[in-house]
Design a protein around this ligand. Structure first.
Ligand code: AMP
Length: 144
C-alpha cells in the first residue's frame, strides 16, 4: 500500500477500537489503546494506536494530536519496562508498504529487548499462543 491514500475505516486496528474483533489490551483511554502484537518480535511486543484519528501513518497524524498520543506511547513503554525488566526497548514505526507497514492505522511498536535474546525480524515471527500473550499482558496492565 502506498504512503498516502484513503483511510480504510474497516482496517483491523479500527475494528479493535470498535470491539468488532478481539484485542489483548493492556491500556486504553480516550486518546490511545495498547494491545499485544499477536506475531511478537520479542516477548512483550506491544502496539500503541490512536483511538479516534483516521491517520494511516505518522505523516497523516494532525500535529496537535501528536503530543497526547506520544505521551501514551511513552507511558506504555514505561509500563512494559516496569513489567518485564528488559535490558532495552525498541520503539519503531513504519510509514507505507515499501517501508514495512502492513496495517494502515498509525501505530508504534514497543519491543522489549534482552542482551542474550535476538529479536525476530518484522513480519517473520510466528503467531503467539493467546494464553502466553495474556500472561504477559497481565503483567503489563499491572505495571501502570
Ligand atoms: P506494521 O507492519 O508496522 O504495520 O505492524 C502491524 C503489526 O500488527 C505487525 O507487527 C503484526 O504482527 C500485528 N498484527 C497483525 N494482526 C494483528 C492482530 N489481529 N492483533 C494484534 N497484532 C496484529
Amino acid at each position: 500500500m502506498a504512503l498516502h491514500g484513503e483511510y480504510d475505516p474497516d482496517n483491523i486496528f479500527a475494528k479493535m477500537v470498535k470491539s468488532e474483533i478481539p484485542a489483548i489490551k493492556v491500556y486504553e483511554d480516550d486518546v490511545a489503546m495498547a494491545f499485544m502484537d499477536i506475531f511478537p518480535q520479542s516477548e512483550g511486543h506491544t502496539l500503541v494506536i490512536p483511538k479516534h484519528e483516521e491517520a494511516r501513518n505518522l505523516l497523516e497524524m494532525p500535529p496537535e494530536k501528536l503530543g497526547p498520543y506520544m505521551e501514551r506511547v511513552q507511558k506504555v513503554a514505561k509500563a512494559v519496562e516496569a513489567a518485564l525488566k528488559p535490558d532495552g526497548v525498541t520503539v519503531m514505526q513504519f510509514n507505507g508498504g515499501p517501508a514495512g507497514q502492513t496495517v494502515f492505522h498509525l501505530h508504534f511498536h514497543i519491543i522489549p529487548r534482552w542482551s542474550d535474546r535476538p529479536m525476530s525480524g518484522h513480519g517473520s515471527s510466528g503467531q503467539a499462543d493467546p494464553a502466553d500473550l495474556e500472561a504477559v499482558a497481565y503483567k503489563i496492565r499491572n505495571a501502570f
